[in-house]
Structures are given as structure tokens and as C-alpha cells.
Design a protein around this ligand. Structure first.
Ligand code: PMP
Length: 423
């Protein structure tokens, strides 16, 4: 049973065993937007952005199995399927972003992006948001204040508040964000580091989910590029169609990144990631580092999985579905806002929603109520996480095959768990 599984987990993984929920779920299998525990109980998965085309999608399962039986080795050979994938992926980016380096995890792609920016600009200073998470390696934990108990960053890193508008009432969050970034650029200059890069998760997942208004990132990115720094768009969370209108979160913001990093949904669970950039940036990096080698990054198996993801996103019309179902969900959640409700706001883009849980009738964040909502949803078979500085923003990001029945199941459960919390 559950206790035995938990004991095995703890015996092997010790202190590093981090699980979802105080009473973790003993999972057995998954399909579409649903996961099933060992007793066959279903859970609607709005928690995880990895299975973007749907859990255990047969297109990916078959592509991996097929390629594993043909060829899979390190990346020092000419292999057609790898070239096919690189070309297909790069076709999804604006002109100029013409090279890709394939890696294995989001952390690795961000680590590489930081090193590329440093090689190209000759500077070290990096700007991130207050609760940013960009990875678990030495260089990326240094730019991930959200992953540290004291939210500290080293001397070459500056943090800026995210473009929050719900609580602050800021009428122009993009302009305020740009001004904060400009101040950080100036400060890095005075400290002798200079600006190497601004790196932003373009949906601000760990800061509280901010996606609007259109053009939100323009002032900040213009300030950085004018100062000779690079803009790195971390697309690990919003990438591969989650925001609906575009393959990438930056697509709606009217900016062109110098480097784009991606991971999680890229292989629908197959561990693969990448960094896309301009050829001159990659050239500067390789000149300084005697090239780049990654044993597993972009191997034939990864290429097969990645191609199946791109084919399915297009073939099943999943961007359009993300857009339509996202609008449907936001409308449904908005219907639960208002007088006496703990749901204070709903925002986001496509199938990445942020639902603000606040004290009824106020804009005060209520982390305790958010935890009650999350646990109540779990009891009703719906999995949702929370984010933001107060842990009060529900992070809703189901697989992009999410349908109207799934939406109805979520909205019904959400309405039920919010009733006892209302005033
Ligand atoms: N960037 C962002 C925005 C992320 O959310 C994450 C993972 N949570 C990462 C980077 C790191 O990716 P990985 O865990 O694959 O190294």
C-alpha cells in the first residue's frame, strides 16, 4: 500500500525525496489529461506542463520504440532524423534565430544560455525576477532566488519585481517592469559587472503568472538590448503552444529574444531540451569554449520524440485547442469570482492560467485558503499546484488536449471546494 511505497521511497532517496501533496499519490498510469493511481482512481492533471500533447501519447511512445530499435548513440555522427528535427524546430522561430544546441534538461539549456551571453557580451551581470526559477545547476541556482530559502542572489545578479498589476493596481506594469530593469542595468554597470543578460520565464510561472497586456516585455527588452545585453526567453514553461496563439510565450509580447531556452514539454516526457540563438552568438561561445559536446543532447531518440511532439501539436490542432479551451476555462473561473468568493482574479494565456485566491471582498492574498483549495481538489480527483510570493496563485496548466468534459470536471470541483471558504 501507500505506506510501504513511501517507506521504499524514503529508504532510497532520503532527504531529496520531494513529493506532491502531504499524502502523496501512488501513480500507476496515465492517458490524455488523466492520471490513475494503483487503485484505478483517476486524477485530472492540471499540475504538470510536461505531457503537453497528452499523457503517454501513442505517437511519442511508438516513435521512441521505433528509433530505439534502429539507432541511438552519442551525437558525433551525421544522422538524418536529428537534422530533420533541428530543421523542424528552427522553422518555429523568427528569422535570425537560426541555430540550435540540443541538451537534456531545462537547467542545462539555461546554463548554456548564460555562458553564451557571457561569451558574446564579455560581461557577467544577469537580471532575473524576484521568484525566478531557472534550474538546479550551480550557475542556474545562482539566478533562481525562488529556489533559495532566503531568496538571495550572488553579486553579479540583480532581481526585479514581476509585472504584477492585480494587487498593485499598476496601470502600466510593462513600463514599471522596464524601469526596474533599467535601474538594475545601471546598478550592474556601477558594480563593474555590466549587463550580460535579462532572463525571463515569459509567463512568470514562479512569480505568479503574468501574461498581459500585450507588449508587456517591450520596455524591459528594449532597455537590455540598448545597453548591449541579451534577452534570454526561458520557454521551459510556456513553450510548445501552451499559450495558444503562438508556439512561444514571447510571441505575444512583441519582442525577439537573442536566445530561447526550452525543455519540459519538448519531448512530452522524454528528457530533452535546447537553446536556440543567432549564429554569431553561438560562434562567440564555441570560439571561447573549443566547441560544445553533449553525449545525450539531441540524440536520435530525442529527435524521434521531439518530431512526434511537433507532428501531434500540428496534426491534432492543439494550439487552437489551447486557445479555445483556455478562454473557456478563464470564463468559467471568472464566473466563480465576485462577492464573497475566495477567487479574486483569473489571468494567463491559453492553457496556462493563474487563479488568485484572496480574502473575500479584498485583494489580500490567502495562501492558507489556496492550500485548502488544492487539498479539496485532490479529494475530488483534480491536481493543481500553487505559485507566487504568497503561494496563493493556483497554477492551472493541463495537457493541451484538454477538452470540455475535463473543463466541466475542474470547474465543478473548484466551485465545490470554494463554497465553504466563501464569506
Ligand atoms: N526554467 C523554468 C522556467 C522551469 O520551470 C524549470 C523547471 N521547473 C527549469 C528552467 C529547469 O528545468 P529542468 O528541471 O528540466 O532542469
Amino acid at each position: 500500500g501507500l505506506a510501504a511505497a513511501l517507506a521504499r521511497r524514503r529508504a532510497s532517496f532520503g532527504a531529496a525525496s520531494v513529493l506532491f501533496y502531504d499524502r502523496p499519490i501512488h501513480m500507476a498510469r496515465a492517458s490524455g489529461a488523466w492520471m490513475y493511481d494503483v487503485d484505478g482512481r483517476g486524477y485530472l492533471d492540471l499540475y504538470n506542463n510536461v505531457p503537453c500533447i497528452g499523457h503517454s501519447h501513442p505517437a511519442v511512445a511508438e516513435a521512441i520504440a521505433r528509433q530505439a530499435g534502429i539507432l541511438n548513440t552519442n551525437t558525433r555522427y551525421l544522422v538524418d532524423i536529428v537534422h530533420d528535427y533541428a530543421e523542424r524546430l528552427l522553422a518555429e522561430f523568427p528569422a535570425g534565430l537560426d541555430n540550435v544546441v540540443l541538451t537534456c534538461t531545462g537547467s542545462e539549456s539555461n546554463d548554456l544560455a548564460l555562458r553564451m551571453a557571457e561569451a558574446f557580451t564579455g560581461r557577467r551581470g544577469v537580471i532575473v525576477t524576484e521568484l525566478a526559477y531557472h534550474g538546479n545547476s550551480s550557475s542556474t541556482t545562482a539566478i533562481s532566488p525562488g529556489s533559495r530559502a532566503d531568496r538571495s542572489v550572488p553579486a553579479h545578479v540583480r532581481t526585479v519585481p514581476p509585472p504584477e498589476a492585480f494587487r498593485s493596481g499598476d496601470a502600466d506594469p510593462g513600463a514599471s517592469f522596464g524601469a526596474a530593469v533599467q535601474a538594475a542595468i545601471d546598478d550592474l554597470g556601477r558594480a563593474g559587472f555590466g549587463i550580460s543578460a535579462l532572463i525571463i520565464d515569459t509567463i512568470f510561472s514562479s512569480d505568479g503568472v503574468y501574461a498581459a497586456p500585450e507588449g508587456l516585455l517591450v520596455p524591459a527588452v528594449e532597455a537590455v538590448q540598448a545597453a548591449g545585453g541579451l534577452f534570454i526567453a526561458d520557454e521551459v514553461q510556456p513553450g510548445f503552444g501552451r499559450t495558444g496563439q503562438s508556439m512561444w510565450g514571447f510571441g505575444a509580447h512583441g519582442v525577439t529574444p537573442d536566445i530561447v531556452t526550452m525543455g519540459k514539454p519538448m519531448g512530452n516526457g522524454f528528457p530533452m531540451s535546447g537553446a536556440v540563438t543567432r549564429p554569431e552568438i553561438l560562434t562567440a561561445f564555441c570560439a571561447r569554449n573549443a566547441g560544445y559536446f553533449n553525449t545525450f543532447g539531441g540524440n536520435p531518440l530525442a529527435a524521434a520524440a521531439g518530431l512526434a511532439v511537433l507532428d501531434t501539436l500540428k496534426g491534432e490542432g492543439l494550439l487552437a485547442n489551447a486557445s479555445a479551451m483556455g478562454a473557456h476555462l478563464r470564463e468559467g473561473v471568472r464566473g466563480l469570482c465576485g462577492e464573497g468568493s475566495v477567487i479574486g482574479d483569473v489571468r494567463g494565456a491559453g492553457l496556462f492560467l493563474g487563479v488568485e485566491i484572496s480574502r473575500p471582498g479584498t485583494r489580500e492574498p490567502d495562501g492558507a485558503a489556496a492550500r485548502a483549495v488544492i487539498n479539496g481538489l485532490r479529494e475530488r480527483g483534480v491536481m493543481v499546484g500553487a505559485t507566487g510570493p504568497f503561494g496563493n496563485v493556483l497554477k492551472v496548466r493541463p495537457p493541451l488536449c484538454f477538452n470540455r468534459d475535463d473543463a466541466a470536471a475542474f470547474l465543478t470541483a473548484l466551485a465545490e471546494v470554494c463554497v465553504p471558504l466563501a464569506r
